[in-house]
Design a protein around this ligand. Structure first.
Ligand code: TEU
Ligand code: CA
Length: 539
């Protein structure tokens, strides 16, 4: 089949290296640790691994502040380790995707160290500067992790622009010399055999600070098309752009079938539906289930034949879905399997975030035990503003990024088999029960359910190419849809809640021919039990 679209029936596994597997006893995950776990991932059946950044970095934002795009940070290993990982993964039919952070660099990158020496330094315009006077910001733009988006450099009498931390100065994509260096760096990685890239906040690279534009800037698609042409299109890669500001129209550009931009994007319209309107992600409200069904269905229908969806609930920035919209106590296994079924039954490329395949959950730590710069800054800001500590902690428990960053729970030993020493961040106490060792011994575990979902995608073209129709649109508990390819129809049915509800597929006009997967041992005629889900071929 058309190998240039190999990623259409593939499943990608995201690894956050610092929390995946420590191999040298420093309490931090590393590349040799990942190599040790490749057989586990081959067993799961995934086709590609997206690695969060492992390049040289002062770790102000856990590696999303890069100081050398062409070297590996010693805490993770060396370039030789990366080349070994690429080869060892290839032997197992697994491609390695690197995380390209092109919107900003670290302030310790050689380019920035040069840039701030003088206004006429050849690297000065690799970044975004504005003349000014101390204490009078060029405008009132704020940075994502708190504080102003402008940082004063007295020696230059200028401010530099940073959408994220002070140590993450924004790169100036208007500068063709910068763009050329970026393309050369990407091709250097392609020559090393990487299988693709995830592009960090790629819809923010065409920033226009004077117009207060951060994402979807006027030059954005011009830059992306040039980037794609100068690099990705020269290989047989999967590329996925992180685009918080994407809507379906823009996604048709990003994932155009002619390959002129990316393979697909991470869109987030389904992600913040439990956020109060006009609030921040920390201001929580009840999930609007009907809206969730509408939005996921819109993306399925709009991009069918016109683009390509990524399919995800989790990543290293998001709370764990089984705790967020499932039930991580009484019905942890059933609800984790239900959430996975809803996603993996859709058209697109599914992404599994490390630990999702064993139903790892959120955590509730003491504030001193949190590490993420976003959480630490938010806590300070909200306490100073007079928020009650218990309210701030409730927000952190629900939406803090460290929920996704606790060490992978491999077994029930002291540090969960992740390390032989105290890890950089506390291990979730529930690792005694929730761990890979237990999952591999239990044939009904979430792990084997994910393994089956991945297999089904390989065996059933309707999953990859079929169209999509939402069923029971207004039903307040059931997420059901039908996929159809040349007359072969498959339905996905899911009870999204913890109560038993009357339901009969027959009454909806479908006769089950074959169950492909089911999260209960058998069907209870006329009912859906709590979080019950299945995929079935129907006539
Ligand atoms: O995230 C983009 C981003 O905007 C998120 O930080 C989001 O705003 C926040 O997580 C909401 O809680 C990317 C990376 O995924 C993230 O880890 C980095 O911190 C960020 O860019 C800067 O590189
Ligand atoms: Ca280590």
């Amino acid at each position: 089949e058309n190998t240039s679209n190999w990623w259409k029936n593939s499943v990608v596994y995201q690894i956050y290296p610092r929390s995946f597997q420590d191999s040298n006893g420093d309490g931090i995950g590393d590349l040799q640790g990942i190599i040790k776990r490749l057989d586990y991932l081959q067993n799961l059946g995934i086709d590609a691994i997206w690695l969060s950044p492992v390049c040289k970095s002062p770790q102000d934002d856990n590696g999303y502040d890069i100081s050398d795009y062409q070297d590996i940070d010693p805490m993770f290993g060396s370039l030789n380790d990366m080349e070994e990982l690429i080869q060892e993964a290839k032997k197992r039919g697994i491609r390695i995707l690197l995380d390209l952070v092109l919107n900003h660099s670290s302030d310790e990158h050689a380019w920035f160290l040069e840039a701030k020496k003088s206004k006429d330094n050849p690297y000065h315009d690799y970044y975004v500067w504005r003349d000014g006077v101390e204490g009078v910001y060029p405008n009132d733009m704020k940075a994502c992790f708190g504080g102003p988006a402008w940082e004063w450099v007295p020696e230059l009498g200028q401010y530099y622009f940073h959408q994220f931390s002070v140590k993450q100065p924004d790169l100036n994509w208007e500068n063709p010399k910068l763009r050329r260096e970026i393309y050369d760096m990407i091709r250097w990685w392609m020559d090393k055999g990487v299988g693709g890239f995830r592009l960090d906040v790629i819809d923010q690279i065409a920033k226009e600070p004077d117009l207060k534009i951060t994402n979807n800037g006027p030059q954005l698609h011009e830059y992306i098309k040039e980037l794609s042409k100068e690099t990705f299109q020269k290989g047989n890669l999967i590329t996925v752009g992180e685009a918080w500001g994407a809507n379906t129209e823009l996604a048709k550009l990003y994932s155009a079938p002619d390959g002129s931009e990316f393979s697909m994007v991470f869109q987030f319209e389904h992600i913040n539906l439990d956020q109060q309107p006009g609030g921040e992600k920390w201001d929580i409200k009840e999930l609007d289930f009907i809206q969730l069904k509408q939005i996921l269905s819109k993306w399925q229908i709009e991009l069918h034949g016109k683009g390509w969806n990524s399919l995800f609930w989790n990543n290293h920035d998001l709370p764990r879905i089984v705790s967020r919209w499932g039930n991580d106590e009484q019905y942890r296994e059933e609800s984790a399997k239900m959430l996975a079924t809803i996603l993996h039954g859709m058209q697109g490329t599914p992404y599994i975030y490390q630990g999702e395949e064993i139903g790892m959950t959120n955590v509730k730590y003491q504030i001193e035990e949190y590490k993420d710069i976003e959480t630490v800054n938010m806590y300070k800001e909200r306490i100073e503003k007079g928020y009650k500590p218990e309210d701030v902690m409730r927000s952190i428990y629900a939406k803090g990024r460290d929920n996704a960053r606790t060490p992978i729970q491999w077994d029930s030993s002291q540090y969960a088999g992740f390390s032989t020493v105290k890890p950089w961040i506390k291990v979730n106490d529930n690792c005694k029960a929730i761990n890979v060792e237990n999952a591999l011994e239990n044939k009904d575990s979430i792990f084997y359910y994910y393994k089956k979902l991945i297999q089904l995608r390989k065996e059933n073209p309707v999953l990859v190419h079929g169209d999509y129709q939402l069923l029971l649109e207004t039903n307040p508990d059931i997420f059901a849809y039908c996929r159809n390819l040349d007359g072969q129809r498959m339905v996905v049915v899911a009870n999204f809640h913890d109560k038993e509800i009357p339901f009969s597929l027959k009454e909806e006009g479908f006769e089950v021919k074959e169950y492909l997967i089911h999260n209960y041992k058998e069907e209870k005629a006329g009912y859906l039990r709590p979080y019950e889900t299945y995929m079935a071929i129907v006539n």
